[in-house]
Design a protein around this ligand. Structure first.
Ligand code: GDP
Length: 505
């Protein structure tokens, strides 16, 4: 079956107190759209609204920290990020951080300029501050949608919902439905009465009561699914959210939940996952420079993602500039976030989610950030001298450069006599004139100093014996892989190829 359209998943981010929670609550409680008004609602980490038959799923854990923490665990669930900026205060440090986090994740942005009911709200100033960050808003030369909102008067909220729907439509979000149900755990807890309770967000397929599922290292049979109003839900499809009951333990936020055929499979998978998790925890060391080197070799990564935290704006600019100067066509430093201040947990999460290293200059990492960095295997490097930082980053980039192949001549031989032997082919009886001929070297065959053929050896013999190499002054028998028309007097030049690490100039 074809992929079917699915509702967008929306996260709200922005500076503290700019109105993230108020907007989420307004949309939910005022229930301006759902029709089914009132009812005590519980915060379950996600909810869905429906307007003119279009659904929107909101992740109800506002803030880029939660967003990036999920992403760090591999759960890239958000399609659209709403960046809330109070027009009374304008762009603040966490606004910038939120934008960087959203951009690093590659999600679509919508700006809500909030608190416009207040007399001190200054929309124009706020817009120009947003533009200064390189975010090109609609009507200001760009295509990033925005609107004014107030959770006091309700102004603009419908407009915001409209923008979400338009953005979602342009994104053409789709999911498979004819596959086993797959969801991501958004939140989870242990209820004294109900046992393990998990809020899940569907990625693809469908889930029904009675389905057997595996979730991280946890498994179970879905006993009940309900929405945040406590009403039972019969079936879930892509982008739907629900609380589910029936897992045998509490899964972690960010865990993937999969529907499986039977309980035996469920148990087998969860045991295997438990083992994998233990192994991974032992070896986890995601973003150290050495590790990035190793992965570069495998995946041909050629971007070094960096989060830069410094004592002053001046030093941030200076270091970022020096890093950019190291870039060339092959490799580059990609500064996904830079700001003034100590290294926080949010920085570590972003680094983990983006495979970045954190570079601190004249700053420290908070104890909690250090701990998280250890857990997530994120490398934090602190410098007191700018040049030391640049040297290390240069070394890292040099490691990313594809090595150049240099050839080295190792010897040559002259063909003295040619033997054609049935079933074996042509063997050139040679004398090694210089250096050494090796069994696995590459050769060029010259006749009257003109190259006839580039080839490899198919055999190298000294008398009747196969040998690895033959040195100058010795006779040997050579046959080639793809060329047999060898003549007396031909010269065989032998060489090997070597990888040589490239340097940034
Ligand atoms: P969050 O930290 O971003 O989640 O912000 P909150 O939603 O908790 O809001 C912070 C404060 O701003 C609260 O006291 C809200 O009542 C207030 N607030 C939120 N939105 C508006 C608004 O549109 N207008 C006014 N006047 N106050 C608002």
């Amino acid at each position: 079956m074809e992929d079917v359209p699915r509702p967008p998943v929306v996260t709200i981010m922005g500076h503290v107190d700019h109105g993230k929670t108020s907007i989420l609550d307004y949309i939910r409680n005022e229930n301006i759209v759902a029709g089914e008004s009132g009812g005590i609602t519980q915060h379950i980490g996600a909810y869905q609204i429906e307007i003119n038959k279009h659904k929107i799923t909101f992740l109800d854990t506002p803030g880029h920290e939660a967003f990036t923490a999920m992403r760090a665990r591999g759960a890239n669930v958000t399609d659209i990020a709403i960046i809330v900026v109070a027009a009374t205060e304008g762009v603040k440090p966490q606004t910038r951080e939120a934008i960087d986090h959203a951009r690093a994740a590659g999600v679509s942005l919508i700006f809500a300029l909030n608190k416009v009911d207040l007399p001190e709200a200054n929309v124009d100033k706020t817009i120009s501050e947003i533009l200064e960050l390189g975010v090109y808003l609609e009507q200001y030369g760009g295509d990033v949608p925005w609107c004014k909102t107030s959770t006091v008067s309700g102004e603009g909220i419908l407009n915001l919902i409209e923008l979400i729907l338009i953005t979602a439509e342009m994104m053409e979000l789709k999911a498979k439905v004819d596959v086993p149900g797959e969801a991501i755990v958004v939140e989870s807890r242990l209820d004294t009465r109900m046992g393990s309770v998990a809020t899940i967000l569907m990625r693809q397929g469908t889930l029904k009561r009675g389905d057997i599922v595996v979730c991280g290292a946890v498994n179970g049979r879905i006993r009940r699914m309900e929405n945040e109003r406590g009403s039972e839900i019969k079936e879930l499809g892509p982008s739907d959210v629900a609380i589910i009951y029936g897992l045998n333990a509490v899964p972690k936020a960010g865990d993937v939940l999969n529907q499986v055929d039977n309980e035996k499979t469920a148990r087998a998978i969860s045991t295997e996952r438990q083992q994998i998790r233990l192994e991974r925890e032992k070896y986890q060391n995601k973003s150290s420079l050495q590790n990035i080197f190793a992965r570069i070799k495998e995946d041909k990564i050629n971007n070094l993602n960096v989060i830069l935290k410094t004592d002053t704006d001046g030093s941030a600019e200076a270091i970022a500039d020096s890093f950019q100067k190291l870039n060339n066509e092959e490799v580059s430093v990609n500064i996904i976030h830079k700001s003034v201040g100590g290294i926080s947990e949010a920085d570590v999460s972003l680094a983990s989610a983006s495979d970045a290293i954190i570079i601190g200059f004249h700053v420290r990492a908070a104890q909690t950030a250090k701990k998280l960095a250890e857990d997530e295997g994120v490398q934090i490097k602190i410098y007191q001298v700018i040049y030391d930082a640049i040297d290390d980053v240069r070394a890292a980039l040099e490691g990313m450069l594809a090595p150049t192949i240099e050839e080295q001549s190792i010897g040559s031989a002259t063909v003295k006599q040619v033997f054609k032997i049935k079933k074996i082919g042509t063997i050139a009886g040679c004398q090694v004139d210089r250096g050494v001929i090796q069994r696995d070297c590459l050769i060029r065959l010259y006749r009257n100093d003109v190259m006839i053929k580039e080839d490899k050896l198919s055999s190298l013999k000294h008398y009747a014996n196969d040998v690895k190499e033959v040195r100058a002054g010795t006779d040997c028998g050579i046959s080639l892989v793809s060329f047999s028309d060898i003549k007396e007097g031909d010269v065989i030049e032998a060489y090997i190829e070597q990888e040589v690490a490239k340097k940034l100039t």
